[in-house]
Design a protein around this ligand. Sequence first.
Ligand code: TMP
Length: 208
Amino acid sequence: MLFITLEGPDGSGKTSQIPLLAGAIRAAGYDLVVTREPGGTPIGDEVRQVIMDLKHKGQMHPTTEILLFQASRAQLVNEVIRPALAAGKVVLCDRYADSTLAYQGYGHQTDLAALRQIVQFATGGLTPDLTLLLDIDAEAGLRRRAGDSGQWNRMDAYQVEFHRRVRAGYHALAAAEPARWVTIHADRDPAAIQADLQQVVLDRLISR
Ligand code: TMP
């Protein structure tokens, strides 16, 4: 069992890389569960809709947003991730607790120590074994998202300054736990990014 998470600023290309990475992990013979946050369960997907809905723009209090992300996460951990790991599977999750620290902590500048406590409560302390950071400049990431018609949502509408703080937050989180994080430069050809992702993940799986 191995719990792998993918993190990155908006527009880092995470979501389009995951199906290919999942295919490579399965082709190497591993039993894999792929999931995402917010969402990944029927309850979590409903919570995701509330968080993302543009009609709530400017209305949702930051504390509400924080707690909704944790509600989705608690459901995912207990319904999907822990059972999969207990069954000896590999879990690949598109965003996890580090997104709360990067977006709500560094982005919205909410107290990090308080956030860590709330995250601990939501996850029961479940931490990824490996976290892949798809690192991209805030403007480049937002341009990618804006060009992707239909993908623009309430979270993207925050100011670019917010997204710069998110990226800097990811750098700080990765620097604090170098054994868990691997940073991959994401403003490149998608095939090159995929090759790096596969190499890191398959090496880690083989060397366990
Ligand atoms: P995504 O599914 O396209 O990555 O969108 C999820 C958005 O929600 C993205 O802008 C990051 C944000 N987010 C947080 O702000 N906090 C969190 O804890 C999580 C999981 C996501």
